[in-house]
Design a protein around this ligand. Structure first.
Ligand SMILES: [Zn+2]
Length: 248
């Protein structure tokens, strides 16, 4: 399977990247995981306006879902549309949140998305075997483990350290892990990981390769985060960029 990073900026879009959005492709099927602010732009640049065959939103913070609202226009009002409802795996409350963000009174987006509520467990999406579990974040948030053809990928979404993340990441080939916070300063609890904590999770889970994401533009320091992570994880690691692509 192939991972393409459409956006990786944490919390708000940066000058070089939209917010979180990751395209996972196997057997010609493309699953878009998260659809954060600005990533509808890079979806067109790196994949195509109608590339996703399904969408999974890990949680309903705007930096992970807001362009799913803009995408309503793309599918509903396309000159060759409307397009049929797109499978959308998301936390409970997603239909109302997207409709209210869309902003028309009594609006629904259920003509555009076929919603499936996430809950911890394992299920198929296209050719992928998907396992999700609740992360340590202030809203209902799911980390994701994807398996296909004997290869395994894990995405932390947003989380503070937790056992569920270690279970999802156990032995994966590629671990895409958030590293929002800087080490060595006081950070609020139960929200995000530092570079060191991402590295510790990668070591405990025994992953093959660590990709750091969700660094916060302007407030973060990439060199500081990489150094902290490398102090806790001896395997290959790097910070992802919009447009980067990886074979899992
Ligand atoms: Zn979040």
């Amino acid at each position: 399977m192939r991972l393409t990073v459409l956006g990786c900026a944490g919390s708000f879009p940066g000058p070089e990247s939209p917010c979180s959005a990751y395209l996972l492709e196997a057997d010609g099927f493309r699953l878009l995981i998260d659809f954060g602010s600005g990533s509808l732009s890079t979806l067109q640049r790196y994949a195509g306006l109608h590339a996703p065959d399904a969408i999974l939103l890990t949680h309903l913070h705007c930096d992970h879902m807001l362009d799913a609202v803009s995408y309503v226009v793309v599918r509903r009002y396309a000159p060759d549309g409307p397009y049929p409802p797109l499978p959308m795996y998301a936390p409970s409350g997603a239909p109302d949140r997207l409709a209210s963000a869309y902003g028309q009174e009594d609006s629904t987006v259920e003509d555009v998305y076929q919603f499936y509520g996430l809950q911890p467990g394992t299920f198929p999406i296209g050719p992928f075997t998907v396992t999700v579990d609740q992360m340590n974040h202030p809203v209902e948030t799911y980390g994701v483990r994807l398996e296909h053809g004997g290869r395994v990928f894990c995405y932390s979404s947003d989380t503070a350290p937790c056992d569920a993340l270690l279970r999802l990441a156990q032995g994966v080939d590629l671990f895409l892990c958030e590293a929002s916070y800087l080490d060595g300063v006081e950070n609020p609890p139960d929200l995000h990981l530092t570079g060191r904590e991402a590295g510790e999770a990668a070591t405990k889970a025994g992953v093959g390769r660590l990709l750091l994401t969700h660094l916060v533009p302007a407030w973060g320091s990439e060199s500081h985060t990489v150094e902290s992570a490398a102090g806790a994880y001896a395997g290959p690691l790097e910070v992802v960029r919009a447009g980067a692509s990886y074979e899992v």
